[in-house]
Design a protein around this ligand. Structure first.
Ligand SMILES: [Zn+2]
Ligand SMILES: [Zn+2]
Length: 128
């Protein structure tokens, strides 16, 4: 089995909606460190820690405005497979973790762009 030392996260920012890619390295998790990934706007998108062989990933949900917890085995996270992060309440995809070659090809679900433009409309009307 091929084990990678790095993987990529593709995820929309829950506050500004930008789609950004983040690199995750196995070494980031050394000594039980808490890994935090932020959007360039400063908003927290994802937190992850490692306990034993298990990784706990908390992703900020665009829809619920809260965090969802995912558990993943290291052998899965650092494999060539793509891990999907989705909202358990609505079943909608939040992002993907996986090798860059696969992540860059993943198509964004259509609902995201609809949701974002809808949200912009709501925000622009309430701001007036
Ligand atoms: Zn942002
Ligand atoms: Zn959710």
């Amino acid at each position: 089995m091929l084990i990678a030392t790095q993987t990529m996260l593709a995820m929309r920012c829950p506050s500004c909606g930008r789609l950004e890619y983040h690199m995750l390295s196995r070494f980031d998790f050394a000594d039980g460190r808490l890994v935090q990934l932020r959007c360039s706007c400063g908003s927290l998108k994802l937190m992850a820690t490692k306990k034993g062989r298990e990784y706990s990933i908390q992703a900020c949900c665009v829809i619920c405005d809260s965090m969802h917890l995912f558990k993943s085995k290291g052998s899965l996270l650092w494999s060539l497979r793509v891990t999907d992060l989705y909202c358990p309440d609505t079943g909608l995809e939040l992002g993907h973790i996986g090798p860059w070659q696969k992540i860059k090809k993943t198509k964004e679900p259509k609902w995201i762009s609809c949701f974002m433009s809808l949200r912009e409309k709501i925000f622009s009307t309430t701001a007036k």
